[in-house]
Write a protein that binds this ligand. Structure first.
Ligand code: SAH
Length: 300
């Protein structure tokens, strides 16, 4: 990074881009704004001489770009995911203006990986992809023609993020509690840091949220609350709810624990067994699993 702004936790993700020229122009816009991490989800043509030509002096960004097959993979370690969308969707999602988006990014990027996601030139992001985002950001362009060129959209959002960080540069850290620094001083793992300046636990990552949603869906099916044959918008609404709250890792682990207890209660009811019986069975299963692990590592 050539200047003092700390942008290393921010990544730009382009989904399924058709025109390599847009990938090159995005790399250039990113480097102008001090962003370095480009992720390409299933690009139609990459690497490409056209992209390299359009990147001019930002070829290094293209060279270090990470290519993934799906958006899920690109956001697996991210605590904040914001999708840029030119259109309003059937089910409204928490929508930010570019400056509001930039403030959120600036709040979170100290201690969380942050993803800004941009869609296909012809069709934008799918509803499924938009549902992987905590927020959507819309650039309020002229109604008559509101869809920007992909790299231009990346430039507008990256510029706003840069402005938000510039506004904060030089400000003292508004810590309310010095214990966060103590954790760092004791040399604990980097992932023990706070989620925002005023938060004590990092946000749940994309991967943790996906396992949480899978567990939640299974529990709701087991309880006959959710019918996978007729899912309606239930899971989407759940994603929107938790995306709005943006639970931290401790909160997700509490909810996972709670759902495991529901699983156990459900198992007792369906198999008509007692708590004692279930405890014994679980203890035995854990012992067997530990033994299998031991034997596995002995073989290795
Ligand atoms: N025709 C597409 C627009 C694709 S433009 C559609 O209707 O969805 C390519 C990408 O640039 C979009 O997916 C979005 O990520 C971004 N983009 C373009 N215009 C935008 C706007 N006004 N606000 C936010 N993002 C925009």
């Amino acid at each position: 990074m050539s200047d003092k702004l700390d942008l290393h936790n921010i990544r730009i993700i382009l989904v399924n881009t058709s025109h390599p020229g847009n990938i090159g122009a995005t790399a250039r816009a990113m480097k102008n704004m001090g962003l370095r991490h480009l992720y390409l989800v299933d690009p139609k043509e990459f690497p490409s001489a056209v992209a390299t030509g359009r990147a001019v002096s930002a070829v290094d960004i293209l060279e270090s770009a990470v290519v993934t097959a799906t958006l899920e993979e690109a956001i697996v370690d991210c605590g904040l995911v914001i999708g840029a969308s030119a259109r309003s969707r059937r089910v409204p999602w928490p929508l930010l203006s570019p400056p509001q988006c930039a403030e959120k990014v600036a709040d979170d990027c100290r201690n969380n990986k942050v993803a800004l996601v941009f869609g296909r030139e012809d069709a934008g992001l799918t509803n499924e992809e938009l549902q992987l985002c905590h927020y959507h950001v819309n650039i309020p362009a002229d109604e008559e023609y509101s869809s920007l060129n992909l790299a231009a959209a990346v430039m507008v959002i990256s510029y706003e993020v840069r402005m938000a960080l510039l506004r904060r540069a030089g400000e003292p850290l508004a810590r309310t509690d010095s214990s966060h620094d103590v954790a760092g001083a004791q040399g604990q793992a980097e992932d023990v840091v706070v989620a925002g300046l005023d938060w004590d636990v990092p946000r749940a990552t994309g991967q943790q949220l996906e396992s949480f949603y899978a567990h939640l869906e299974q529990v709701m099916i087991d309880l006959n609350f959710h019918d996978p044959e007729n899912p309606r918008l239930l899971m989407m609404r759940m994603r929107r709810l938790f995306g709005r709250i943006r639970p931290d890792q401790m909160e997700i682990s509490i909810l996972r624990g709670l759902m495991s207890h529901i699983d156990m209660l459900n198992e007792r009811a369906t198999r008509n067994i007692t708590v004692e019986q279930q405890r014994k069975e679980r203890k035995l299963a854990n012992l067997l699993a530990a033994k299998a692990l031991d034997e596995g590592s002995a073989d290795a």
